[in-house]
Design a protein around this ligand. Structure first.
Ligand code: FAD
Length: 501
């Protein structure tokens, strides 16, 4: 090991981000590096991140976590996607699943053929009936994909819905078993090198000093190090994503644990329902400029399927991102680096990516600015991609029933997103610029689901015989129904995995 090697990492913050950072660092750096995590007994965690993307399965797999144990310990359920209700217009419903909408045709996504047929075929079943994940979700069935990835009945993935507090505890056990030292204390002061400006130690309120070579800021919205010490600055995206408040409440266990998250659009935002093994998680995300907190609480409680188990908890946020997430020897991960509302369950995914990039570009004690630049470029790109994808849901609305929705329909969006919408409307093609995240089918699900219909069709598909296309779809449709009909119920499969059957 070079004499410049980092010998001690200090993670400040023990929420989901802190422990999701500690676990892989402990695994990768093990005995060659001391890792300390400081968490405050006085300052709580956000603790409501419960719905995830399929990448959580890769993260857990990389740590060698057994999925049965994970499901048991975090009270997890399986997730195939998100059911959107009242988005686009009141009474509308569509599914954004983790999978393709049927096998590609002539290398074109299947939705293009559906568009072609929709023009001529009367009573064509809706687009999402070609979707395996939507069919599974609506029938409340679940098995993980297996066998050949490209088979029409296997081209999907899945994520988990889980108790974020239990997950952080589980990772804490994992990390401390691998040598991470946990210190309870509240950081008050930060010491810096007088010449380089690098952080040299954090001082706890009780006077203890914790020295280190690299500091990871996982202190949540406050960004104690990245903002408090380095004034990184915050890019505020409220004009495009005006929601700035949420109220969250658990409710009683439902009879049916759906293998999906539900998002219902409300008059000044939207409400989530996330089924776990022991309860439902619920929350109402809204903009306090368009609805009072009192009314938002009422809307939340009125929208519950089952009895509330507590009084709603108030949360505030400003959508946006830290201008830089890595400065000198300080790397911000989690809410300290930015926040996008949980409409597509992306925060934990961004933590996974950021931790992966930190491991990939792990520095020595000089912390080359080139590494920081690359990390910041990737994080910025990711936040911008996700922001545009979330804004797409709002921008395409035809709802005019409230001031909030009229604002969303008229608000300016980024050039990249405007291009996406214009291109789909004019040609039926999706502009793909997010290679690591939401792909063509995801964009098509949101655009078609919100009622955007292209003016033209793909020109290769256009030349195909519509009768053979229809026959092809009918076959796929029949196979999907048959395969899904033979799948176990989600609850039964869950009980089997969790060992409670
Ligand atoms: P926090 O949970 O705020 O943790 C901060 C930690 O820092 C705490 O341990 C605290 O004690 C410590 N700390 C702070 N100051 C100090 C100090 N001075 N000294 C010592 N320690 C300190 N994400 C998803 O992926 N899916 C979802 O469905 C989802 N839903 C969400 C809904 C809402 C309404 C919100 C607000 C967020 C949601 N998220 C979701 C995001 C998710 O909750 C967060 O990304 C995740 O919990 C990470 O939070 P964190 O660890 O960065 O911060």
């Amino acid at each position: 090991m070079s004499d410049k090697a980092i010998r001690k990492i200090v993670i400040v913050g023990g929420g989901t981000a802190g422990w999701m950072t500690a676990a892989p660092l402990a695994l990768k750096l093990g005995p060659t590096c001391e890792i300390v995590l400081v968490e405050s007994p006085e300052i709580g965690t956000v603790g409501v991140g419960e719905s995830t993307l399929p990448t959580i399965t890769y993260y857990n797999h990389a740590l060698g976590i057994d999925s049965g144990e994970f499901v048991r310990r975090t009270k997890a359920t399986f997730k195939l996607g998100i059911d959107f209700v009242d988005w686009g217009h009141l009474g509308n419903r569509f599914f954004h699943g983790f999978g393709d909408y049927g096998p590609p045709i002539e290398n074109r996504p299947a939705f293009m053929a559906w568009q072609r047929l929709a023009r001529d075929v009367k009573d064509l079943p809706p687009y999402e009936e070609w979707s395996l994940t939507a069919t599974m979700a609506h029938a409340n069935r679940f098995v993980p994909p297996h066998g050949e990835a490209q088979s029409p009945t296997n081209a999907y993935s899945y994520a988990f819905q889980f108790d974020a507090g239990l997950y952080a505890l589980y990772l804490r056990e994992y990390a401390t078993a691998r040598g991470v030292q946990r210190i309870e204390g509240t950081v008050g002061e930060v010491e810096q090198h007088p010449e380089t400006g690098f952080i040299t130690a954090v001082k706890l309120a009780d006077g203890r000093r914790v020295e280190g070579d690299l500091f990871v800021d996982c202190t949540g919205f406050r960004g104690l190090l990245i903002e408090g010490v380095y004034q990184a600055g915050y890019e505020d995206w409220s004009a495009m994503l005006p929601c700035n408040s949420a109220q969250a409440v658990p409710s009683a266990l439902a009879d049916v644990k759906t293998p999906y998250t539900r998002s219902t659009a409300k008059s000044a935002g939207w409400q989530w329902r996330i089924p776990l093994q022991h309860r439902n998680g619920n929350g109402h995300v809204y903009c306090d400029g368009f609805m009072s907190d009192e009314e938002a609480g009422r809307v939340l409680l009125d929208g519950l399927d089952t009895a509330p188990l507590d009084t709603p908890r108030q949360l505030r946020f400003t959508t946006g991102r830290r201008r830089k997430s890595w400065i000198k020897n300080c790397v911000a991960i989690g809410l300290s680096s930015g926040f996008l509302e949980p409409l597509e369950s992306t925060s934990i995914n961004i933590i996974e990516l950021a931790v992966g990039w930190l491991v990939q570009f792990f520095p020595d004690r000089d912390c080359s600015p080139e590494l920081a630049d690359e990390f910041n470029r990737l994080v910025t790109q990711r936040y911008e991609y996700v922001r545009d994808f979330i804004v797409l849901h709002y921008k395409l609305t035809s709802r005019t029933d409230s001031e909030f929705w009229r604002y969303c329909a008229a608000m300016p969006v980024s050039d990249a997103l405007q291009h996406q919408i214009d291109m789909f409307r004019a040609t039926g093609h999706v502009a793909i610029y997010d290679l690591q995240g939401f792909q063509v089918d995801s964009h098509a699900a949101i655009m078609l689901g919100n009622g955007l219909r292209p003016e033209r069709c793909d020109q290769i598909i256009e030349r195909m015989d519509p009768r053979s296309l229809l026959e092809h779809f009918q076959k796929v449709h029949a196979t999907i129904r048959q395969v899904v009909g033979a799948m176990p119920d989600h609850g039964a499969f869950l009980a089997q995995v969790a060992g409670t059957a």
